[in-house]
Design a protein around this ligand. Sequence first.
Ligand code: 3EB
Length: 328
Amino acid sequence: MVQGCEMVRSAPPRAPRVSYRIADPSTVLDEPGTLALFGFGAGVSRSDDARWLRVALESIETAAPLEVWQVDGPVRHGRHEGLRWSAGAGWLFAVLELDEREHGGPRGAAQAAYAQLSAFLAGRSEQHLQRIWNYLRAINDGDGDAERYKLFCEGRAAGMGRCFADGFPAATAIGHHLAEPLLQVYALACQRPGQQVENPRQVSAWRYPSQYGRTPPSFARAMALPARDALAISGTAAVVGHASAHTDNLPAQLDETLANLEALLARAGMPYGFDARSPLKAYVRRPADALPVRDFLQRRLPGVPVLVLHGDICRHELLVEIDGWRYA
Ligand code: 3EB
């Protein structure tokens, strides 16, 4: 038998566990295996720990939980030219926060963020991007191709470079309401590639016609993580084919969004429905929709952890978007 030079391949790393917890941030950061920790809105505390991110979206809960990502081994963390990162057990978390004013607007900021992330990943063993979140201010401002979301899509495509060699990651892009034009981009990458999953009810985003922007959005509908033990689900809304459905009709948009989520689970070979280990986030454009959305989800997905956040969806006619995780 020829002894090849191929490296011995161990099993792909087990998916990070994602959960919502009411806890003290420093206690969670001290737990072994904490890869990343998120607080939501202006009220949360500050920390210099590279794994801590204050997300620029307000929660509708008065005492919002933290979101915790934990892996099966020790975690190291650091900083690299404005990027913050942590790594352990085959996984990498990276976050960038850019001021658009230093990059000439949303296009330049997105391009800089994706170029920096791409360059950083290229030097890491965990270079397979699985999942990415993007939060930018006033996402629907501007008309036609000058809408800020569309400029963001152009900059993202220009900056992404090699980190998309495996195909696009699963993603979310949501508008925040801070006064400052802050672009937050954070990502989960792994030593091994995942598998993109598309939705049979929807046109793939990168094939959207040009009415949605000169540069189509670059994301996959979901990513099956390398060990096939979890599905990372992109922001999912009432989009059927490439069209927005049920303009201004919240209950109908919620029904359509759930149908899209169920179709995605089926295509990925995941068990039907969601459970207590499958945390979801619902982003609502109008604060008054937050309680109806939470009630709808409690009724239709009983026992599923849901965090409802105030955020604008990238098409002005969409009122709600849902993303999250499904564990096998
Ligand atoms: C959609 O289906 C809704 O630009 O990264 C969802 C998830 C949406 C991610 C992105 C956009 C993005 O087209 C919008």
